[in-house]
Design a protein around this ligand. Structure first.
Ligand code: FES
Ligand SMILES: [Fe+2]
Length: 311
């Protein structure tokens, strides 16, 4: 049986972008703490409004920077008043010269799709997935969910093409095409529901569902549906205690198709409900067969990712 040290393991966290907070929860002038993939972080907005993410422990004596405040566009520690600029540099120590040798640990942070994302490494190896035509789409980021399952297995589910038919009743009308890159794996497929009722409900009596599913790193994936209705879904998941995953989903819909969008949402909700039932009772073993090629390629791509910096 192939052994994986990182794939589906709660013992280490690979480098990636993790969903930290929804944008509207991070008000200018306020400091927010949150735990991202097991690490306590403090988030705040700099003078330009851009999000910043630091380790929550002050580099002086370890006070919780989440109890600090924003002073003149810098983050101020509540304990001895050291101030850190947007890059994390210590720029003020009350009554003494700033300790430039003691910066706050800062992580790349980006605001995208209504979410603040944090990368657990010095420089990101890949970007936050974004659908084509995103500027012409509505974005909806509902509250995340917690699942009793490893995040890699949630993301790998979309690449696990051999479960589409038995679990979801979707028959491929074209053989899924696999494309493996350094930090991503993509499957492209065409399929139709086997049940006539579902073909009517999904608008696929005359047309196939045409879609791609692309992973980024180990915990992000973008599903892009091109037919019968153009929409995309970004899936993000991160490990949380105890051995669970917290998910964040972002839906991207073309503007002005309210009724069809409700239908797409209904179909997605059904697919995810079926997956949840199986994933939460899964005792994963990496005994792949040739039919699991895409999932196996994903596991290998996760295995090749660097571990998050001191995370
Ligand atoms: S612990 Fe933060 S300034 Fe002393
Ligand atoms: Fe599934």
């Amino acid at each position: 049986m192939p052994q994986f040290a990182k794939f589906a393991s709660f013992d280490c966290t690979a480098q990636s972008w993790y969903a930290a907070l929804r944008s509207r929860a991070l008000k200018p002038g306020r400091v927010q703490t949150c735990e991202v993939a097991g690490r306590g972080l403090v988030l705040w907005r700099d003078a330009s409004g851009a999000p910043r993410a630091f380790d929550a422990r002050c580099p002086h004596l370890g006070a919780d920077l989440g109890r600090g405040s924003i002073a003149d566009g810098n983050l101020r520690c509540p304990f001895h008043g050291w101030c850190f600029d947007a890059s994390g540099a210590c720029v003020h120590v009350p009554g003494a010269t700033p300790r430039t040798d003691r910066p706050a640990s800062s992580f790349p942070a980006e605001e995208r799709h209504g979410i603040i994302w944090v990368y657990n490494g010095a420089s990101p190896l890949f970007g936050i997935p974004t659908p084509q035509e995103v500027t012409r789409m509505w974005t909806l980021a509902p509250r995340g969910q917690t699942l009793a399952c490893h995040p890699h297995l949630i993301i790998g589910n979309g690449l696990d093409v051999s479960h589409y038919e038995p679990l979801h009743g979707l028959a491929f009308t074209r053989e899924p095409k696999l494309n493996v890159e350094t930090t991503s794996v993509r499957v492209e497929f065409a399929a139709r529901p086997k049940s006539r009722l579902w073909r009517v409900l999904t608008g696929t009596t005359r047309r196939d569902i045409e879609a791609t599913f692309t992973s980024s790193g180990g915990n992000l994936a973008l599903a892009e549906v091109f037919q019968p209705l153009r929409f995309s879904v970004l899936f993000a998941a991160q490990p949380v205690k105890p051995r669970h995953a917290r998910t964040q989903t972002v839906f991207f819909f073309p503007r002005g198709y309210a009724l069809r969008l409700i239908r797409a949402g209904f179909v997605m909700a059904n697919l995810l409900r079926d997956d949840r039932r199986v994933l939460e009772s899964l005792k994963f073993r990496p005994e792949f067969t040739p039919a699991d090629a895409a999932l196996e390629a994903f596991a290998k791509s996760v295995e090749a990712l660097p571990v998050g910096d001191a995370w």
